[in-house]
Design a protein around this ligand. Structure first.
Ligand code: NAP
Length: 568
C-alpha cells in the first residue's frame, strides 16, 4: 500500500474517531457485554496487546497490575495462542511440562499439577484456562477479533489499531502474535478440485476429524507430522506420507510424572528455574562434555545411547560442539541414522527416512513411535524430494504421474515463522514507514523486542531474540518483564515516546547474523531461515548467542537508561 493510500486511510479513521469522540473515555473491558457482537467501541487504552497466547496473557496481567488500562485483541474464541489452534491428533509439547509453564507466580506453579512428562495440547489448554480464571484475564480480552492494521500517529504518539470492525487507540501497541502462528499453506495446483477434506495441523477444527476407515495423505514430516502420524495411523484405513526432507527425531519416552520428582522440583522451584536460565536454551538440561571429538568412540556411543534411552531434546546437549563442529555433528547424526535403520523394517523406507543433513539444523523432533509406524501395513511413504507434488485431483494427490487416491489430506507444512503473523497485519510506523518495506530484506529488530521507526511498539519474542530456539515460556516472561519495566520507566519519568535507534538496531542485527554464522544451525533450508516459504528472505531469525548472554544484554540496556532507544 503506498503512502498516500495510508494517509487517506488514516484520515478516514480519524473522521470515524471524531464521530465517536463523545463516547471516548478511559475504560476497561469489564463494562462490555462480551456476548453481544456489536459493542460500543471503547477506543482508548494505555496499551493494546495483540494476541492472547502465553505472551499476551502474561503481558496483560503485568500491565494491568501497574494500573494501566489494557485491552487484548485475539482472533480466536479463547485464550491459548498456538495451543488453541494446533489441535491435531497427538499434539503435545516437546519441552517438559515442569519447565513449560509460567514461573511468575509461586502460588501458580505450586498449585498446578501436570500429569505427564510432556503435556498434551488439551492439558495445556486446561492450564491456560486455569491461569485466565485465576488472574481474571478474560474480562480484558476481546475474542473473535482480528487486528488488520496498526498505524502510528506521530502527532499524538499513539497507535491507531484497526480490527475488522473497530478502531482502538493506544499509547503502546504490544505484539504478542506468536512465532509459529501464521500457517504455511502451500498453494497446490488443483486443490479446489479435491472433493475430500483438507486440513492444516496449525488450524485444526475444534470438533476433531474422524479418520476411521478413511484413506489419508499427510504432507510434511516436521514436528507436527511426526506427532500426528502414529496417532492417525491407528485410526485410518490407509495413511500415505509425502516426505520432501527426512527429519531427525529422538524418542520422547513420555510417561506419567513421578510424584516424587514433582515434589522435589516444587520444593526448590525458584532455584530450578534459575539454574535453567543459566543454560544456552533456558532449559534445565543435563549438559554433557565440551567436545564429542575429544571423547573416544566408545564414550560417545555410551553417552548417545544413555540420552536416547532418557529421551527428549537434551539428546543434543551431549557435547557442546555438536552444533559448531561438523565432524562432531556427524558422530551424533550417524548414531540416529543407525537407530532409524534398526527400527524401520523395510530397507528402502529406512533409507528414505534417514536424514542426510546436519542434525539439529532443522529443529530436532521428539517422537513416540514415529519410525516404528512405518512398519504398519496401512502406512506407506512417498518420496517427493526429487518429484514434488504436481497437483491435487478430485480424489487424490498426483506425484510423478501417479495418483494417490485419498479421502482426507492433512497439510503438516508448518508456519511462516517469526515474521508471518506480524506481516499479515498492515503495520505502519512513524512517517508512513511500513513494516513490509522495513523487512523487505528480512526482519530487523533491536533485541528482537523493538523496531526502529515504530515508536511505542514492542514485539514479544520477535526475530533477533532467543525465542524459538529456547524454552518459549521463560523467553516470553523475560520479554514481558522487560517491557513492563520499560513502560514503568516511561510512566515514572513522564515520557511519552520510545523508539529503537537505527544504529543500535543495525548493530544488534549484525551481531545476531554474526553469531548465527558460527553455528551449523544456519546452514540448512529450515524455517529458522525462512526457507520453507517461497520468496521469503533468507535470514537466520532467532538469536543463538545463548539465553544468559541475551538476558544480560537486555538488563544492561535497561540499566543504562534504555541505551539504544530514543526517548522523549
Ligand atoms: P515444519 O517443521 O516446518 O515442517 C513442515 C513440513 O512440511 C516439512 O517436512 C516440510 O518439508 C514440509 N513441506 C512444507 N511445504 C511443503 C510443500 N510445498 N511440499 C511438500 N512438503 C512441504 O512444521 P511443523 O511440523 O508444523 O513444525 C514447526 C515448528 O513448530 C517445529 O519446528 C517446532 O518448533 C514447533 N512445533 C512444536 C511442537 C512441540 O512442541 N511438540 C509440535 C509441533 C510443532 P521441508 O523440510 O522439505 O521444508
Amino acid at each position: 500500500m503506498d503512502v498516500m493510500v495510508k494517509f487517506f486511510l488514516l484520515l478516514s479513521w480519524k473522521n470515524k474517531l471524531i464521530t465517536i469522540k463523545k463516547r471516548l473515555k478511559k475504560n476497561n473491558m469489564s463494562n462490555i457485554d462480551k456476548k453481544t457482537t456489536k459493542t460500543d467501541p471503547i477506543i482508548e487504552f494505555d496499551a493494546v496487546i495483540v494476541g492472547a497466547g502465553f505472551a499476551g496473557m502474561y503481558m496483560l496481567h503485568r500491565l494491568r497490575n501497574m494500573g494501566l488500562s489494557v485491552l487484548v485483541l485475539e482472533a480466536g474464541s479463547d485464550v491459548g495462542g498456538t495451543w488453541y489452534w494446533n489441535r491435531y491428533p497427538g499434539a503435545r509439547c516437546d519441552v517438559e511440562s515442569m519447565q513449560y509453564s509460567y514461573q511468575f507466580s509461586e502460588e501458580l506453579q505450586q498449585e498446578w499439577e501436570w500429569t505427564e512428562r510432556y503435556a498434551t495440547q488439551p492439558e495445556i489448554l486446561r492450564y491456560v484456562d486455569h491461569v485466565a480464571e485465576r488472574f481474571d484475564l478474560r474480562r480484558d480480552i476481546k475474542f473473535n477479533t482480528r487486528v488488520i492494521a496498526a498505524v502510528f500517529d506521530d502527532n499524538k504518539n499513539r497507535w491507531i489499531i484497526k480490527t475488522t470492525d473497530e478502531v482502538y487507540l493506544a499509547n503502546y501497541c504490544i505484539m504478542a502474535t506468536g512465532c509459529l502462528s501464521a500457517a504455511n499453506k502451500p498453494n497446490f495446483a488443483g486443490q479446489d478440485d479435491f472433493r475430500g477434506e483438507i486440513y492444516h495441523t496449525g488450524n485444526w477444527p475444534h470438533e476433531g476429524v474422524d479418520f476411521k476407515g478413511k484413506r489419508v495423505a499427510i504432507i510434511g514430516t516436521g514436528s507436527s507430522a511426526i506427532q500426528s502420524i502414529p496417532v492417525i495411523a491407528e485410526q485410518a484405513r490407509q495413511l500415505t506420507i509425502f516426505q520432501r526432507t527426512a527429519n531427525y527425531a529422538v524418542p520422547a519416552h513420555n510417561r506419567p510424572l513421578d510424584p516424587e520428582v514433582v515434589r522435589n522440583i516444587k520444593a526448590e522451584y525458584a532455584d530450578f528455574r534459575a539454574r535453567a536460565k543459566l543454560t544456552p536454551t533456558g532449559n534445565f538440561f543435563d549438559i554433557g562434555g565440551t567436545s564429542a571429538m575429544v571423547a573416544s568412540e566408545d564414550e560417545r556411543e555410551r553417552e548417545y545411547e544413555a540420552r536416547w534411552q532418557a529421551g527428549g531434546l537434551q539428546f543434543l546437549a551431549a557435547y557442546a560442539d555438536l552444533m559448531f563442529d561438523s565432524e562432531a555433528n556427524k558422530t551424533v547424526a550417524n548414531f540416529v541414522r543407525k537407530k532409524i535403520r534398526e527400527i524401520v523394517n523395510d530397507p528402502q523406507d529406512a533409507e528414505l527416512l534417514v536424514p542426510k543433513n546436519i542434525i539439529g539444523c532443522k529443529r530436532l523432533c521428539v517422537d513416540t513411535d514415529y519410525f516404528a509406524t512405518y512398519n504398519k501395513d496401512n502406512v506407506s511413504l512417498v518420496d517427493i524430494s526429487a518429484t514434488p507434488i504436481e497437483f491435487f485431483t478430485e480424489n487424490g494427490v498426483s506425484v510423478d504421474d501417479k495418483i494417490y487416491e485419498v479421502d482426507i489430506i492433512v497439510s503438516a507444512t508448518g508456519f511462516d515463522a517469526m515474521t508471518g503473523a506480524l506481516l499479515k497485519i498492515d503495520i505502519c510506523g512513524s512517517k508512513g514507514l511500513s513494516l513490509q518495506k522495513k523487512w523487505t530484506e528480512g526482519p530487523k529488530a533491536y533485541l528482537g523486542l523493538a523496531l526502529a521507526g515504530f515508536p511505542n511498539m514492542f514485539i514479544i519474542t520477535g526475530p533477533g531474540s532467543p525465542s524459538v530456539i529456547s524454552n518459549m515460556l521463560p523467553a516470553i516472561e523475560q520479554h514481558v518483564n522487560w517491557i513492563t519495566d520499560c513502560v514503568g520507566y516511561m510512566q515514572n519519568q513522564g515520557y511519552g515516546r520510545i523508539e529503537a535507534e537505527e544504529e543500535a538496531e543495525e548493530t544488534w542485527v549484525a551481531h545476531v547474523g554474526e553469531v548465527a554464522g558460527l553455528s551449523l544451525r544456519s546452514t540448512c533450508n529450515s524455517w529458522y531461515v525462512g526457507a520453507n516459504v517461497p520468496g521469503k528472505p533468507r535470514v537466520y531469525m532467532p538469536y543463538i548467542g545463548g539465553v544468559p548472554a541475551y538476558a544480560e544484554k537486555c538488563r544492561q540496556v535497561a540499566q543504562g537508561s534504555y541505551e539504544g532507544f530514543k526517548i522523549s
